[in-house]
Design a protein around this ligand. Structure first.
Ligand SMILES: Cc1cc2nc3c(=O)[nH]c(=O)nc-3n(C[C@H](O)[C@H](O)[C@H](O)COP(=O)(O)OP(=O)(O)OC[C@H]3O[C@@H](n4cnc5c(N)ncnc54)[C@H](O)[C@@H]3O)c2cc1C
Length: 407
Protein backbone atom coordinates (compact mmCIF):
# COMPACT_ATOMS: atom_id res chain seq x y z
CA UNK A 1 0.00 0.00 0.00
CA UNK A 2 1.30 3.43 -0.91
CA UNK A 3 1.98 5.74 2.02
CA UNK A 4 1.30 9.48 2.29
CA UNK A 5 2.18 11.90 5.04
CA UNK A 6 0.42 15.21 5.40
CA UNK A 7 2.00 17.77 7.71
CA UNK A 8 -0.41 20.31 9.19
CA UNK A 9 -3.98 19.57 10.27
CA UNK A 10 -5.61 22.76 9.03
CA UNK A 11 -8.24 22.86 6.26
CA UNK A 12 -5.61 22.47 3.50
CA UNK A 13 -3.86 19.51 5.14
CA UNK A 14 -7.05 17.71 6.13
CA UNK A 15 -8.50 18.13 2.64
CA UNK A 16 -5.27 16.69 1.16
CA UNK A 17 -5.50 13.80 3.64
CA UNK A 18 -9.12 13.08 2.72
CA UNK A 19 -8.36 13.11 -1.02
CA UNK A 20 -5.36 10.79 -0.62
CA UNK A 21 -7.23 8.40 1.68
CA UNK A 22 -10.18 8.20 -0.73
CA UNK A 23 -7.70 7.15 -3.42
CA UNK A 24 -6.65 4.21 -1.24
CA UNK A 25 -3.39 5.48 0.27
CA UNK A 26 -2.41 4.91 3.89
CA UNK A 27 -2.38 8.47 5.25
CA UNK A 28 -0.83 9.88 8.41
CA UNK A 29 -1.39 13.51 9.38
CA UNK A 30 1.27 15.09 11.59
CA UNK A 31 0.21 18.09 13.66
CA UNK A 32 2.28 20.01 16.17
CA UNK A 33 -0.64 21.12 18.34
CA UNK A 34 -2.37 18.66 20.64
CA UNK A 35 -5.59 19.04 18.63
CA UNK A 36 -6.24 19.54 14.89
CA UNK A 37 -7.73 22.53 13.07
CA UNK A 38 -7.15 25.14 15.73
CA UNK A 39 -7.12 28.11 13.35
CA UNK A 40 -10.17 26.71 11.56
CA UNK A 41 -11.96 26.66 14.92
CA UNK A 42 -10.77 30.20 15.57
CA UNK A 43 -12.16 31.26 12.18
CA UNK A 44 -15.50 29.84 13.25
CA UNK A 45 -15.76 32.05 16.30
CA UNK A 46 -17.02 35.08 14.44
CA UNK A 47 -19.05 33.03 11.92
CA UNK A 48 -17.25 30.53 9.68
CA UNK A 49 -17.29 32.15 6.27
CA UNK A 50 -16.52 29.10 4.14
CA UNK A 51 -16.75 30.65 0.70
CA UNK A 52 -18.71 33.15 -1.39
CA UNK A 53 -21.67 32.88 -3.76
CA UNK A 54 -20.55 35.39 -6.41
CA UNK A 55 -19.87 34.15 -9.95
CA UNK A 56 -16.68 32.15 -10.39
CA UNK A 57 -15.00 34.69 -12.75
CA UNK A 58 -15.65 37.44 -10.18
CA UNK A 59 -14.57 35.12 -7.34
CA UNK A 60 -11.24 34.39 -9.02
CA UNK A 61 -10.35 38.08 -9.34
CA UNK A 62 -10.10 38.18 -5.51
CA UNK A 63 -6.75 36.40 -5.73
CA UNK A 64 -5.16 39.32 -7.58
CA UNK A 65 -1.72 38.48 -8.93
CA UNK A 66 -2.02 34.87 -7.74
CA UNK A 67 -5.15 34.28 -9.82
CA UNK A 68 -3.40 32.56 -12.77
CA UNK A 69 -1.86 29.84 -10.63
CA UNK A 70 -4.71 29.38 -8.13
CA UNK A 71 -7.36 29.30 -10.84
CA UNK A 72 -6.95 25.62 -11.86
CA UNK A 73 -7.24 24.49 -8.22
CA UNK A 74 -10.30 26.63 -7.50
CA UNK A 75 -11.97 25.68 -10.79
CA UNK A 76 -11.43 22.01 -9.97
CA UNK A 77 -12.93 22.51 -6.50
CA UNK A 78 -15.15 25.61 -6.76
CA UNK A 79 -17.43 27.12 -4.08
CA UNK A 80 -20.32 24.87 -5.11
CA UNK A 81 -18.17 21.77 -4.61
CA UNK A 82 -17.13 23.05 -1.18
CA UNK A 83 -20.79 23.51 -0.20
CA UNK A 84 -21.63 20.00 -1.45
CA UNK A 85 -18.70 18.64 0.53
CA UNK A 86 -19.96 20.33 3.72
CA UNK A 87 -23.46 19.03 3.03
CA UNK A 88 -22.00 15.56 2.52
CA UNK A 89 -20.72 15.81 6.09
CA UNK A 90 -24.24 16.70 7.22
CA UNK A 91 -23.82 20.47 7.35
CA UNK A 92 -26.02 22.50 5.03
CA UNK A 93 -24.70 25.88 4.00
CA UNK A 94 -26.51 29.20 3.94
CA UNK A 95 -25.87 32.35 1.89
CA UNK A 96 -25.77 35.52 3.96
CA UNK A 97 -27.10 38.88 2.75
CA UNK A 98 -23.62 39.87 1.56
CA UNK A 99 -23.34 36.72 -0.56
CA UNK A 100 -20.97 35.06 1.90
CA UNK A 101 -21.54 31.37 2.55
CA UNK A 102 -21.58 29.83 6.03
CA UNK A 103 -22.42 26.43 7.48
CA UNK A 104 -25.91 26.53 8.95
CA UNK A 105 -24.47 26.41 12.48
CA UNK A 106 -22.16 29.34 11.60
CA UNK A 107 -19.48 27.57 13.64
CA UNK A 108 -16.53 25.38 12.73
CA UNK A 109 -16.85 23.04 15.71
CA UNK A 110 -19.55 20.70 14.41
CA UNK A 111 -18.18 20.69 10.85
CA UNK A 112 -14.68 19.81 12.07
CA UNK A 113 -16.06 17.11 14.37
CA UNK A 114 -17.95 15.44 11.50
CA UNK A 115 -14.91 15.77 9.24
CA UNK A 116 -12.57 14.11 11.75
CA UNK A 117 -15.03 11.22 12.17
CA UNK A 118 -15.13 10.81 8.38
CA UNK A 119 -11.32 10.91 8.16
CA UNK A 120 -11.10 8.28 10.90
CA UNK A 121 -13.49 6.06 8.94
CA UNK A 122 -11.28 6.50 5.87
CA UNK A 123 -8.37 5.18 7.95
CA UNK A 124 -6.47 8.47 8.29
CA UNK A 125 -4.16 8.36 11.30
CA UNK A 126 -3.84 11.67 13.12
CA UNK A 127 -0.60 12.12 15.09
CA UNK A 128 -0.79 15.26 17.18
CA UNK A 129 1.81 16.92 19.39
CA UNK A 130 4.55 16.22 16.85
CA UNK A 131 6.56 18.99 15.27
CA UNK A 132 7.93 18.47 11.77
CA UNK A 133 11.60 19.50 11.85
CA UNK A 134 12.87 18.58 8.40
CA UNK A 135 13.79 15.90 5.92
CA UNK A 136 16.15 13.03 6.74
CA UNK A 137 18.25 10.92 4.38
CA UNK A 138 16.36 7.80 3.32
CA UNK A 139 17.58 4.26 4.06
CA UNK A 140 18.58 2.28 0.96
CA UNK A 141 15.72 -0.22 1.25
CA UNK A 142 13.13 2.09 2.89
CA UNK A 143 10.74 4.75 1.61
CA UNK A 144 12.26 7.47 -0.53
CA UNK A 145 11.00 10.34 1.61
CA UNK A 146 11.71 10.51 5.34
CA UNK A 147 10.86 13.30 7.73
CA UNK A 148 11.82 13.94 11.34
CA UNK A 149 9.21 15.06 13.89
CA UNK A 150 9.75 15.85 17.54
CA UNK A 151 7.27 15.54 20.40
CA UNK A 152 7.36 18.14 23.19
CA UNK A 153 9.85 16.05 25.12
CA UNK A 154 11.39 13.01 23.60
CA UNK A 155 13.58 11.93 20.73
CA UNK A 156 12.98 12.58 17.03
CA UNK A 157 10.47 10.23 15.42
CA UNK A 158 10.97 9.28 11.79
CA UNK A 159 8.18 8.85 9.26
CA UNK A 160 8.72 7.48 5.78
CA UNK A 161 6.38 7.98 2.84
CA UNK A 162 5.98 7.77 -0.92
CA UNK A 163 4.50 11.28 -1.04
CA UNK A 164 4.31 14.17 1.39
CA UNK A 165 1.96 17.17 1.47
CA UNK A 166 3.12 20.15 3.51
CA UNK A 167 0.27 22.41 4.69
CA UNK A 168 1.86 24.34 7.54
CA UNK A 169 -0.17 27.54 7.21
CA UNK A 170 0.92 31.16 7.47
CA UNK A 171 2.06 32.97 10.59
CA UNK A 172 -0.94 34.75 12.07
CA UNK A 173 -2.34 33.70 15.43
CA UNK A 174 0.74 31.55 16.18
CA UNK A 175 -0.94 30.07 19.24
CA UNK A 176 -3.15 28.11 16.84
CA UNK A 177 0.02 26.34 15.64
CA UNK A 178 0.66 28.15 12.35
CA UNK A 179 3.75 29.97 13.51
CA UNK A 180 5.63 30.34 10.22
CA UNK A 181 8.73 28.66 11.66
CA UNK A 182 8.91 26.53 8.52
CA UNK A 183 10.43 29.45 6.58
CA UNK A 184 14.09 28.99 7.74
CA UNK A 185 13.67 25.25 7.26
CA UNK A 186 12.62 25.74 3.64
CA UNK A 187 15.23 28.38 2.89
CA UNK A 188 17.95 26.03 4.22
CA UNK A 189 16.86 23.65 1.48
CA UNK A 190 17.09 26.43 -1.10
CA UNK A 191 13.32 26.84 -1.39
CA UNK A 192 12.42 30.49 -1.80
CA UNK A 193 9.54 32.20 -0.07
CA UNK A 194 8.31 35.76 0.23
CA UNK A 195 8.41 37.11 3.82
CA UNK A 196 5.27 36.44 5.85
CA UNK A 197 3.63 39.76 6.73
CA UNK A 198 0.22 40.55 8.22
CA UNK A 199 -2.75 41.11 5.97
CA UNK A 200 -6.50 41.30 6.59
CA UNK A 201 -5.43 42.97 9.79
CA UNK A 202 -6.17 45.99 11.90
CA UNK A 203 -4.02 49.11 11.81
CA UNK A 204 -2.54 50.90 14.79
CA UNK A 205 -3.60 54.46 15.58
CA UNK A 206 -2.30 56.63 18.40
CA UNK A 207 -5.58 57.55 20.01
CA UNK A 208 -5.74 60.11 22.81
CA UNK A 209 -6.32 58.40 26.18
CA UNK A 210 -9.81 59.93 26.41
CA UNK A 211 -10.89 58.64 23.00
CA UNK A 212 -9.42 55.20 23.69
CA UNK A 213 -11.14 54.96 27.05
CA UNK A 214 -14.55 55.89 25.67
CA UNK A 215 -14.58 54.21 22.29
CA UNK A 216 -12.36 51.09 22.28
CA UNK A 217 -14.73 48.29 21.27
CA UNK A 218 -17.30 50.64 19.72
CA UNK A 219 -18.23 50.06 16.05
CA UNK A 220 -17.96 52.90 13.58
CA UNK A 221 -21.04 52.03 11.57
CA UNK A 222 -21.53 52.44 7.83
CA UNK A 223 -18.26 54.13 7.02
CA UNK A 224 -16.65 54.36 3.60
CA UNK A 225 -12.87 53.91 3.74
CA UNK A 226 -10.68 54.72 0.78
CA UNK A 227 -7.15 54.95 -0.45
CA UNK A 228 -7.02 56.69 -3.80
CA UNK A 229 -9.58 55.01 -6.03
CA UNK A 230 -9.81 51.88 -3.88
CA UNK A 231 -12.72 52.02 -1.47
CA UNK A 232 -14.67 49.76 0.82
CA UNK A 233 -17.68 50.24 3.00
CA UNK A 234 -19.12 48.69 6.13
CA UNK A 235 -18.67 48.74 9.89
CA UNK A 236 -15.17 49.34 11.25
CA UNK A 237 -14.27 48.76 14.87
CA UNK A 238 -12.33 51.12 17.11
CA UNK A 239 -9.88 49.13 19.25
CA UNK A 240 -7.67 50.23 22.12
CA UNK A 241 -4.70 50.23 19.75
CA UNK A 242 -6.25 51.28 16.44
CA UNK A 243 -8.96 50.39 13.95
CA UNK A 244 -10.02 47.07 12.38
CA UNK A 245 -12.89 45.32 10.63
CA UNK A 246 -14.14 44.42 7.15
CA UNK A 247 -13.67 47.78 5.39
CA UNK A 248 -10.09 48.04 6.71
CA UNK A 249 -9.21 44.44 5.79
CA UNK A 250 -10.59 45.01 2.30
CA UNK A 251 -7.97 47.72 1.78
CA UNK A 252 -5.09 45.47 2.89
CA UNK A 253 -3.27 45.56 -0.44
CA UNK A 254 -3.70 49.30 -0.92
CA UNK A 255 -2.53 49.99 2.65
CA UNK A 256 0.43 47.65 2.21
CA UNK A 257 1.49 49.52 -0.93
CA UNK A 258 1.62 52.81 1.02
CA UNK A 259 4.47 51.61 3.26
CA UNK A 260 4.90 51.78 7.02
CA UNK A 261 2.81 54.85 7.93
CA UNK A 262 -0.16 54.98 5.58
CA UNK A 263 -3.28 57.02 5.96
CA UNK A 264 -6.90 56.31 5.31
CA UNK A 265 -9.69 58.56 4.08
CA UNK A 266 -12.95 58.12 5.93
CA UNK A 267 -16.35 59.17 4.69
CA UNK A 268 -18.48 59.22 7.82
CA UNK A 269 -21.72 60.03 6.00
CA UNK A 270 -21.46 58.11 2.71
CA UNK A 271 -25.21 58.19 2.06
CA UNK A 272 -25.49 61.97 2.09
CA UNK A 273 -24.37 63.81 -1.03
CA UNK A 274 -21.83 66.55 -0.43
CA UNK A 275 -24.10 69.35 -1.67
CA UNK A 276 -27.01 68.13 0.45
CA UNK A 277 -24.83 67.97 3.54
CA UNK A 278 -23.44 71.45 2.94
CA UNK A 279 -26.95 72.90 2.51
CA UNK A 280 -28.13 71.19 5.67
CA UNK A 281 -25.17 72.63 7.59
CA UNK A 282 -25.86 76.10 6.16
CA UNK A 283 -29.54 75.92 7.08
CA UNK A 284 -29.11 74.70 10.63
CA UNK A 285 -29.04 77.06 13.61
CA UNK A 286 -25.48 78.13 14.34
CA UNK A 287 -25.93 78.15 18.10
CA UNK A 288 -26.27 74.35 18.25
CA UNK A 289 -23.46 72.46 19.98
CA UNK A 290 -21.14 70.62 17.59
CA UNK A 291 -22.43 67.14 18.56
CA UNK A 292 -26.06 68.25 18.07
CA UNK A 293 -25.21 69.88 14.73
CA UNK A 294 -23.42 66.77 13.44
CA UNK A 295 -26.07 64.43 14.76
CA UNK A 296 -28.90 66.45 13.21
CA UNK A 297 -27.35 67.19 9.80
CA UNK A 298 -25.09 64.20 9.10
CA UNK A 299 -26.64 61.63 11.48
CA UNK A 300 -23.20 61.05 12.99
CA UNK A 301 -22.88 58.75 16.00
CA UNK A 302 -20.99 59.82 19.14
CA UNK A 303 -17.97 57.77 18.07
CA UNK A 304 -17.91 59.41 14.61
CA UNK A 305 -18.22 62.88 16.14
CA UNK A 306 -15.38 62.18 18.56
CA UNK A 307 -13.32 60.75 15.74
CA UNK A 308 -13.58 64.07 13.89
CA UNK A 309 -12.38 65.82 17.05
CA UNK A 310 -9.57 63.30 17.36
CA UNK A 311 -8.45 63.78 13.75
CA UNK A 312 -8.53 67.60 13.93
CA UNK A 313 -7.09 67.73 17.45
CA UNK A 314 -10.33 69.23 18.61
CA UNK A 315 -10.43 71.89 15.88
CA UNK A 316 -13.49 70.80 13.93
CA UNK A 317 -14.37 73.66 11.56
CA UNK A 318 -17.88 75.15 11.80
CA UNK A 319 -17.88 76.71 8.35
CA UNK A 320 -20.34 74.52 6.30
CA UNK A 321 -18.16 73.87 3.24
CA UNK A 322 -15.10 72.88 5.30
CA UNK A 323 -17.15 70.83 7.75
CA UNK A 324 -18.87 68.90 4.94
CA UNK A 325 -15.43 68.25 3.42
CA UNK A 326 -14.15 66.93 6.72
CA UNK A 327 -17.13 64.62 7.24
CA UNK A 328 -16.68 63.17 3.76
CA UNK A 329 -12.88 63.12 3.70
CA UNK A 330 -11.48 62.72 7.21
CA UNK A 331 -7.83 61.72 6.97
CA UNK A 332 -6.82 59.21 9.60
CA UNK A 333 -3.08 58.67 10.08
CA UNK A 334 -2.16 55.06 10.74
CA UNK A 335 0.94 53.84 12.56
CA UNK A 336 1.25 50.62 10.58
CA UNK A 337 -0.35 47.17 10.75
CA UNK A 338 -1.14 45.44 14.01
CA UNK A 339 1.32 42.64 14.83
CA UNK A 340 1.17 39.51 12.70
CA UNK A 341 -0.06 37.54 15.73
CA UNK A 342 -3.38 39.40 15.48
CA UNK A 343 -3.85 39.28 11.70
CA UNK A 344 -6.48 37.10 10.04
CA UNK A 345 -4.00 35.92 7.44
CA UNK A 346 -0.53 36.47 6.08
CA UNK A 347 0.85 37.65 2.79
CA UNK A 348 3.93 35.80 1.53
CA UNK A 349 4.98 32.16 1.55
CA UNK A 350 6.48 29.67 -0.87
CA UNK A 351 6.95 31.22 -4.28
CA UNK A 352 5.07 29.97 -7.30
CA UNK A 353 8.43 29.54 -9.09
CA UNK A 354 9.37 26.84 -6.60
CA UNK A 355 6.50 24.66 -7.74
CA UNK A 356 6.53 22.37 -10.71
CA UNK A 357 3.15 21.55 -12.16
CA UNK A 358 0.67 19.97 -9.75
CA UNK A 359 1.83 21.83 -6.62
CA UNK A 360 5.05 19.83 -6.19
CA UNK A 361 8.28 21.44 -4.98
CA UNK A 362 10.59 21.24 -7.98
CA UNK A 363 13.61 20.79 -5.69
CA UNK A 364 11.95 18.07 -3.60
CA UNK A 365 10.25 15.58 -5.90
CA UNK A 366 7.36 13.87 -4.14
CA UNK A 367 6.77 16.81 -1.76
CA UNK A 368 3.66 18.91 -2.42
CA UNK A 369 2.52 22.17 -0.82
CA UNK A 370 -0.95 23.58 -0.10
CA UNK A 371 -2.84 26.28 1.73
CA UNK A 372 -1.76 29.53 3.27
CA UNK A 373 1.93 28.56 3.27
CA UNK A 374 1.94 29.41 -0.44
CA UNK A 375 2.52 32.97 -1.63
CA UNK A 376 -1.01 34.21 -2.32
CA UNK A 377 -3.41 36.39 -0.47
CA UNK A 378 -7.08 37.30 -0.70
CA UNK A 379 -9.53 39.48 1.18
CA UNK A 380 -11.89 38.09 3.79
CA UNK A 381 -15.21 36.84 2.42
CA UNK A 382 -14.50 33.09 2.29
CA UNK A 383 -11.74 33.42 -0.31
CA UNK A 384 -9.03 32.30 2.13
CA UNK A 385 -10.66 29.05 3.18
CA UNK A 386 -11.83 28.29 -0.37
CA UNK A 387 -8.25 28.50 -1.66
CA UNK A 388 -6.94 26.41 1.27
CA UNK A 389 -9.48 23.63 0.63
CA UNK A 390 -8.95 23.82 -3.14
CA UNK A 391 -5.13 23.76 -3.02
CA UNK A 392 -5.21 20.98 -0.41
CA UNK A 393 -7.23 18.90 -2.80
CA UNK A 394 -5.14 19.94 -5.83
CA UNK A 395 -1.86 19.05 -4.08
CA UNK A 396 -3.25 15.60 -3.23
CA UNK A 397 -4.47 15.07 -6.81
CA UNK A 398 -1.00 16.16 -7.99
CA UNK A 399 0.61 13.68 -5.60
CA UNK A 400 -1.59 10.86 -6.94
CA UNK A 401 -0.69 11.73 -10.53
CA UNK A 402 3.00 11.85 -9.65
CA UNK A 403 2.77 8.44 -7.95
CA UNK A 404 1.10 6.98 -11.02
CA UNK A 405 3.93 8.30 -13.18
CA UNK A 406 6.84 7.30 -10.98
CA UNK A 407 5.87 4.20 -8.96
C1 LIG B 1 -9.57 35.05 13.60
C2 LIG B 1 -9.57 34.42 12.24
C3 LIG B 1 -10.76 34.35 11.52
C4 LIG B 1 -10.77 33.82 10.23
N1 LIG B 1 -11.94 33.73 9.57
C5 LIG B 1 -11.97 33.23 8.31
C6 LIG B 1 -13.20 33.09 7.61
O1 LIG B 1 -14.29 33.30 8.17
N2 LIG B 1 -13.15 32.69 6.30
C7 LIG B 1 -11.96 32.40 5.67
O2 LIG B 1 -11.97 32.09 4.48
N3 LIG B 1 -10.80 32.44 6.35
C8 LIG B 1 -10.77 32.83 7.65
N4 LIG B 1 -9.59 32.87 8.33
C9 LIG B 1 -8.36 32.38 7.66
C10 LIG B 1 -8.29 30.84 7.63
O3 LIG B 1 -8.58 30.31 8.91
C11 LIG B 1 -6.89 30.40 7.19
O4 LIG B 1 -6.60 30.99 5.94
C12 LIG B 1 -6.79 28.89 7.08
O5 LIG B 1 -7.02 28.26 8.33
C13 LIG B 1 -5.42 28.44 6.57
O6 LIG B 1 -5.50 27.06 6.37
P1 LIG B 1 -4.17 26.18 6.23
O7 LIG B 1 -4.62 24.76 6.29
O8 LIG B 1 -3.37 26.63 5.10
O9 LIG B 1 -3.32 26.51 7.54
P2 LIG B 1 -3.70 26.46 9.08
O10 LIG B 1 -5.15 26.43 9.30
O11 LIG B 1 -2.94 27.56 9.68
O12 LIG B 1 -3.12 25.05 9.53
C14 LIG B 1 -1.73 24.78 9.52
C15 LIG B 1 -1.46 23.70 10.53
O13 LIG B 1 -0.08 23.30 10.43
C16 LIG B 1 0.42 23.06 11.73
N5 LIG B 1 1.87 23.21 11.72
C17 LIG B 1 2.58 24.34 11.45
N6 LIG B 1 3.91 24.07 11.55
C18 LIG B 1 4.02 22.76 11.89
C19 LIG B 1 5.13 21.90 12.10
N7 LIG B 1 6.39 22.32 12.00
N8 LIG B 1 4.90 20.60 12.42
C20 LIG B 1 3.60 20.14 12.51
N9 LIG B 1 2.51 20.91 12.32
C21 LIG B 1 2.71 22.21 12.00
C22 LIG B 1 -0.27 24.11 12.58
O14 LIG B 1 -0.27 23.77 13.94
C23 LIG B 1 -1.67 24.18 11.97
O15 LIG B 1 -2.56 23.32 12.62
C24 LIG B 1 -9.56 33.34 9.64
C25 LIG B 1 -8.37 33.40 10.38
C26 LIG B 1 -8.37 33.92 11.67
C27 LIG B 1 -7.08 33.96 12.43
Amino acid sequence: MRIAIVVGAGPAGLMAAETLARAGLRVTVIEQCQTPGRKFLMAGRGGLNLTHSESLPQFLTRYGEAKPWLQPAVEAFPPQALCSWAEGLGHKTVVGSSGRIFPESFRATELLRSWLIELGELGVSLQTGLRFTGFLPPEDDGPKLVIGCVPKDGPVKEFGADVIVLALGGASWPRTGSDGTWTPLMSKMGIGSAPLTPTNCGYRVTWTPVFREHFAGVPLKNVRCSIGATASRGDAMITSTGIEGGPIYALSDALHSLGTKPHLMLDLAPDIAHGVLKTRLENTRTNLSLPKLLERTAKLSPVAISLLREITRNNVPREPERLADLIHRAKLKLDGPEPIARAISTRGGILEDELSSDWMLAKLPGVFVAGEMLNWTAPTGGYLLQACFATGRAAAVGALRWLDKTC
